[in-house]
Write a protein that binds this ligand. Sequence first.
Ligand code: DHB
Length: 298
Amino acid sequence: MRVGRVLLGNPVVAASGCFGFGAEYGEVYDISRLGAICTKGLTLRPRAGNPPPRLWETRCGLLNSIGLDNPGVEAFLREELPRLKRTGAVVIANVWGASPEEYEQVVQALASSPVDAIELNLSCPNVPGNGIPGRDAAATAEVVGRARAVARGKPLWAKLPPEAPAGLVAVAQAAQEAGADAVCAANSFPALAVDIRTGRPVFANVVAGLSGPAIKPLALRIVYELSREVDIPVVGIGGITTWEDAVEFIMAGAHAIQIGTANFLDPYAGPRIVDGLRAFMEARGLGSWEEIRGCAHR
Ligand code: DHB
């Protein structure tokens, strides 16, 4: 199957930030069984990330405030990518920049590498300042346009936040017009936890990103709406934990889905969902996902 120009063995992708660079999961199963792997967000220079605590469990969800802890794009290209490619996995490099220029520089560094696609993280909830271009159509168009100009034909996916003041549809359309090959929806939801022992927010940054089963119906609604309003593929993300969840996203219009927090609950979540989807296709006699994609709209 394909997501635009990216050829995948199946529609199940490991979501950025929940799979590292695949090394740890690679000790547990053959990670090329997944459709693709999205790397942790890469920046131009190494980043140490936010001070602890960085994770906080909620009922049915997980709050994170990692702060883009990563070794930087050059160390990724040198030390992680060769090993990751040797596994046979399809590799999608997730990119974040503190400015449009930084996005452009990181994409440029990846453009002549063997990554299979680039996912622009337009929606990191955990960095102060102007970190979420995906909340605004013009800012999204600028980042995607600059990335497109230097990406040398690499497929570009735009990962959107769950909310935008003037509406997410306008942002997704701006990404499409600026040259994105797909939109990924959605990133974690801005959320809060207060530590009742101290009376203070749990996280130094106050607001953190909520993921996990709690957000699944919210993300599903976003995918349903976006897939009606854009012509490029939509990749569904948000709380997917079972193959049944994945089928819901495909029926709502998703071309592929990403598994994030579920990897922490069960390291086998990815292959379990791949196998479940395969069994579902066989039981239904489906020749391809096209036969049911978006059926919830009809
Ligand atoms: C981080 C968290 C996210 O949800 C995201 O999309 C990107 C980065 C982080 O804190 O590192």
